[in-house]
Design a protein around this ligand. Structure first.
Ligand code: ZN
Length: 234
């Protein structure tokens, strides 16, 4: 079984009436509902205001793949939490960073670059699958049309990805590396751009399938009990 933890800062859905209406159960709740039918996954949720920011050593040690959604409270995630999550990624935990998680402290630290991009509120996206042989693209059509999505555009200041699986085209005049994979230590990382909080895109069947595929891809084949360390020989 793949142990999945969906972590959400859970801010907009509690404080902005328009977003509450879109995700009454929280973005984490919506993602969980979509993953629960998968028989090879055990799914739990945690949020920023939970004890130890919802990312305690116990939870992370019991997580194969961590899904991350954050936007308004990126800077509230403490150094201690960031260090803990990164240590687990290096030890083999998978990480799926969704939408504005590109600017989370964890993702930026793992990338080692500013992770800035250009953006515009309210647009239409065509999401092209540009690496159809990748496991994350299994069963995904060549192009997914998203009527309402926030424009994210290049330049996206990330290091060169291992693979670019999806490219986004936006009517407002932008293209974006919307689905990128990375490896850090033993951990597999997938960044996936769709998921602006004003539109319930995570219920789209193809978006749901991409997230399911990415969890299976990111699930570790090797998970170290302790982080890598220097070893003195002799
Ligand atoms: Zn957004």
């Amino acid at each position: 079984m793949i142990r999945v933890t969906i972590w959400n800062e859970y801010e907009h859905e509690r404080n902005i009436p328009g977003i509450m209406a879109v995700y009454p159960e929280g973005i984490h709740g919506a993602l969980k509902k979509n993953l629960d039918p998968e028989e090879d996954m055990i799914v739990r949720c945690s949020t920023l205001d939970d004890p130890e920011q919802g990312l305690s050593e116990e939870i992370l040690a019991d997580t194969d793949v961590l899904i991350w959604w954050s936007h308004a409270r990126q800077d509230d995630v403490t150094d201690k939490t960031v260090e803990r999550v990164i240590r687990h990624v290096h030890s083999g935990m998978g990480l799926i960073a969704l939408h504005s998680a590109h600017f989370s402290r964890v993702f930026r630290r793992l990338m080692g670059t500013p992770c800035t991009l250009s953006w515009k509120h309210g647009d239409r996206e065509k999401l092209f699958c540009v690496e159809p042989s990748h496991p994350i693209a299994k069963g995904i059509p060549a192009c997914i049309e998203l009527e309402d999505e926030e424009l994210y555009g290049e330049p996206f200041s990330i290091p060169k990805p291992d693979d670019v699986v999806f490219m986004g085209w936006f009517e407002g005049g932008a293209v974006f590396r919307s689905g990128c994979t990375f490896t850090r230590g033993y951990g597999r990382i997938f960044y996936f751009q769709p998921g602006h909080e004003e539109n319930r895109v995570y219920d789209h069947p193809d978006i749901r399938r991409i997230i399911v595929n990415s969890i299976r891809w990111a699930a570790p084949s090797v998970r170290l009990a302790a982080p890598p360390d220097n070893v003195e020989l002799g």
